[in-house]
Ligand binder design. Structure first.
Ligand SMILES: Nc1ncnc2c1ncn2[C@@H]1O[C@H](COP(=O)(O)OP(=O)(O)OP(=O)(O)O)[C@@H](O)[C@H]1O
Ligand SMILES: [Mg+2]
Length: 320
């Protein structure tokens, strides 16, 4: 059973190719765990959010109650990287104005404008929210489930804590390092050669806290008793090939694959066309088993109609 494979874990990442059922499976897992009494935070990190749409309500960067199940519950979040970027830029702006000499204020503002649109700033912001919601999960929830973006994006995200030394550094990593001003900037963010005293200490504390949060996240992701990945696919050649590549990447990253969910399995007893389709799916399933014999493969049937609203989620949850 899929549900049994995730019980006890505190961070679950649900990923896979576009359109295979990541959002539906994440929601169903959250629903099922809440019915068992768990307080679940369900977080969409996909920039093209469809979590709110699935539950039929508007979600945003702060938790909104999706389900009350007595002791258990589900709260939902759709991370808003823009908001995180803006929040950080505002904080860095204030700090810079306070710490830099007057003549550097204008270039500093220009620099921040560049940072706003720099590639990677969104990904860093999403990671920041993953780290924040994971921390929230330690305090206020039993479990956090991440409905992630299609494959490539998610892997980069999970690999990021390794690369990121901190948000401020990445925000301020310079496009025009030659400017004399960038020396002042980098000393500002590294905390080196900067005005001593209180302000320096405050900046250091901020950076250290952030670094610690990423380090905690990284440790938690690498700990199979705490975190796991649920890989969703359908039994067709392209998604299966992509899933196998993803499974390999997860192994390389040291992330535990709790289950490989083969979603939308065609029924054998609902007409010739679907029965034929099912036989083709069987071949893909066999290929999966051959390629990753150690993986726990779970199947979910194709439901009549789409999975929509709390009732649709509940219907899928009962099959877990
Ligand atoms: N077991 C199922 N039976 C029937 N329909 C399903 C099932 N699972 C998912 N669906 C439907 O398949 C479509 C895609 O599902 P979903 O949105 O969960 O996929 P996704 O992987 O999150 O997609 P995206 O990559 O676009 O975020 C939806 O219309 C959903 O209702
Ligand atoms: Mg989705």
């Amino acid at each position: 059973m899929l549900l049994e494979r995730i019980v006890g874990r505190r961070l679950i990442f649900v990923g896979g190719k576009g359109g295979v059922g990541k959002t539906s499976v994440s929601a169903a897992l959250a629903h099922a765990r809440a019915q068992q009494g768990a307080r679940v935070l369900l977080v969409s990190t996909d920039p093209a959010h469809n979590l709110g749409h699935l539950w039929g309500c508007t979600l945003g960067d702060e938790p909104v109650r999706l389900l009350d199940a007595g002791r258990g519950l589900v709260d939902g979040v759709e991370v808003d990287p823009e908001r995180t970027v803006e929040r950080h830029l505002a904080a860095v702006h204030d700090l810079m104005m306070e710490m830099l000499p007057e003549r550097l204020h204008a270039p500093a503002r220009r620099h921040l404008e560049l940072a706003r649109t720099s590639p990677g700033s969104h990904e860093s912001a999403v990671l920041e929210r993953v780290a924040e919601t994971a921390a929230l999960g330690r305090d206020d929830y039993d479990l956090v489930i991440y409905d992630t973006a299609p494959t490539g994006h998610t892997l980069r995200l999970l690999a990021l804590p390794e690369q990121l030394t901190g948000w401020a550094e990445s925000l301020l990593r310079n496009r025009d390092r030659s400017e004399r001003f960038s020396a002042a900037m980098s000393s500002l963010v590294t905390g080196r050669e900067v005005a001593a005293g209180d302000r320096d200490a405050r900046l250091r504390r901020t950076l250290i806290r952030r670094r610690e949060r990423f380090a905690t996240l990284r440790d938690q992701i690498a700990d199979p008793t705490s975190s796991a990945f649920v890989l969703v696919t359908i039994a067709e050649p392209m998604p299966v090939a992509e899933s196998l590549a993803l499974a390999g990447e997860l192994e390389r990253l040291g992330i535990d694959l709790a289950a490989l969910v083969v979603n939308r399995r065609s029924p054998a007893d609902a007409g010739q066309w679907l029965a034929d389709k099912r036989r083709l799916e069987d071949e893909q399933l066999a290929a999966l088993h051959r390629a990753v014999p150690e993986a726990a493969v779970e199947q979910l049937p194709l439901l009549a109609g789409s999975v929509m609203g709390a009732a649709g989620v509940a219907r899928l949850a009962e099959l877990l």
